[in-house]
Design a protein around this ligand. Structure first.
Ligand code: HEM
Length: 391
């Protein structure tokens, strides 16, 4: 395996997706996400999968639909957590996001069942880069057991839907219509795997990002003050206290977006990304032999003092005047090239919505918990805060 901590090489690898390099992940992740999952598709079929995901997370969908859903769920969530003595932010945000995304994708209501679908994803971070030894007690086994139950729940929903006419107008209806087309590249098993992947990708990452943002802001009062100032001004101009964030307001949140970029730079939720070399290629005097794996390490660039002075300090102002919405060779928190995160805009929308309602209506105190890396970011004991309504 070639480990790359060079921004030009990382960028080149991503730009040559499908030509000289292709997405490659561990056997354990393929078994967990399904052999037919989107990450294992290349070329035209990969493009086709990306287009399918746009039905959920395109800018138009976010504007028309997800902004309102995210906003309402966030306001409700925060209100209920403020009634508790403390809340594990990682767990609570993951539950909240899972609930509204699962409802949006397939009309799933977790409150109606005692066996929670969301719990099936619990061991993922430990099992994703694990030795693929399927015996009880291993992280890999726990992941496979979770997958088995989750796939059954998703398939049951597909089966019920097939008996009725499309009437929910949600993502599953859309996928079933696609499967039914004579010349479709999509079969039902692929559609089930796509739903499984999107449920995972949407709640695990964003809950970590929100939790890290709060963790960083707790320790950086001046950044919190600036963020609060921006968001209070937006809320004041809105007038009605209960109405949600509008698209224009969301787009105007400059310091909030600087905070989001700084959070994902420092949090390194996906610290390494994997590719396989398709053809021998010479880069910067090194030969990358066909068949070898490349581990691209965005985290090494994000923490490089030459590119980010004082790299371990949380400093949203370092993004002042910089491009905030597009990645670059020095900023790959959402990957790059043809595989750039399909949910990056959705992730930012959720983070901005959360930060807006949190800082305008609440104060909080950190009670305990911390994070560590496997190398993926985990919160072994959660991150507990006490949330209090502002007077
Ligand atoms: C802070 C939150 C998030 C982070 C840091 C993140 C990060 C990433 C990264 C680094 C990749 C590239 C993987 C690679 O190149 O091998 C990726 C891909 C992907 N992400 Fe995200 N992600 C986030 C949120 C989301 C959300 C909310 C969704 C749900 C819609 C999502 C769906 C996807 C999908 C479907 C891909 C595969 C794209 C492809 O292969 O073309 N992500 N993400």
């Amino acid at each position: 395996m070639i480990v790359s901590i060079d921004p030009e090489i990382n960028n080149y690898v991503f730009q040559q997706e499908g030509k000289l390099f292709q997405c490659w992940y561990t056997e354990s992740s393929s078994k967990f996400l399904g052999q037919q999952n989107m990450m294992n598709h290349q070329g035209i079929s990969h493009k086709y999968f990306r287009n399918l995901t746009l039905n959920l997370a395109s800018p138009e969908k976010l504007k028309e639909n997800m902004l309102h859903i995210t906003d309402k769920a966030t306001q409700d969530g925060l209100r209920s957590w403020a009634l508790l003595p403390s809340v594990d932010l990682k767990q609570a945000t993951a539950d909240m996001i899972f609930e509204y995304v699962a409802k949006e994708i397939m009309g799933y209501d977790g409150s109606l069942t005692s066996n929670k679908l969301r719990d099936c994803y619990g061991d993922f971070m430990r099992g994703f880069v694990s030795f693929p030894l399927n015996i009880p007690g291993t992280a890999f086994h726990a992941c496979l057991e979770g997958r088995k139950y989750a796939i059954k729940v998703i398939k049951d929903i597909f089966n019920v839907r097939k008996l009725s006419k499309p009437q929910h107008h949600d993502f599953v209806d859309f996928l079933l219509e696609e499967v039914g087309k004579g010349d479709s590249l999509l079969n039902e098993d692929m559609a089930v795997d796509l739903v499984f992947l999107l449920l995972l990708a949407s709640h695990e990452t964003v809950s970590s990002a929100i939790t890290m943002a709060i963790n960083f802001l707790t320790d950086n009062p001046s950044a919190l003050e600036e963020l609060t100032k921006e968001n209070e001004a937006i809320a004041r101009n809105r007038g009605s206290e209960c109405s949600g964030i509008t698209w224009n307001e969301y787009k105007s949140m400059t310091f909030t977006h600087m905070t989001i970029n700084e959070t994902v730079r420092l949090a390194n939720i996906a610290p390494v990304l994997f590719r396989k070399v398709i053809k021998d290629v010479e880069i910067k005097g090194y030969t990358f032999p066909a068949g070898w794996q490349v581990m691209v390490c965005p985290a090494a660039i994000h923490l490089d003092p030459l590119r980010y002075p004082d790299p371990l300090s949380f400093n949203p102002w370092r993004w002042e005047g910089k491009e905030l919405h597009v990645g670059s060779k020095n900023f790959m928190a959402f990957g790059g090239g043809a595989r750039l995160c399909a949910g990056a805009d959705f992730a930012k929308l959720q983070m901005a919505t959360f930060l807006h309602h949190l800082v305008t209506k609440y104060r909080w105190k950190k009670i305990g918990g911390d994070f560590s890396r496997l190398p993926g970011l985990i919160f072994p004991n959660g991150l507990h805060i006490q949330l209090m309504e502002k007077q």
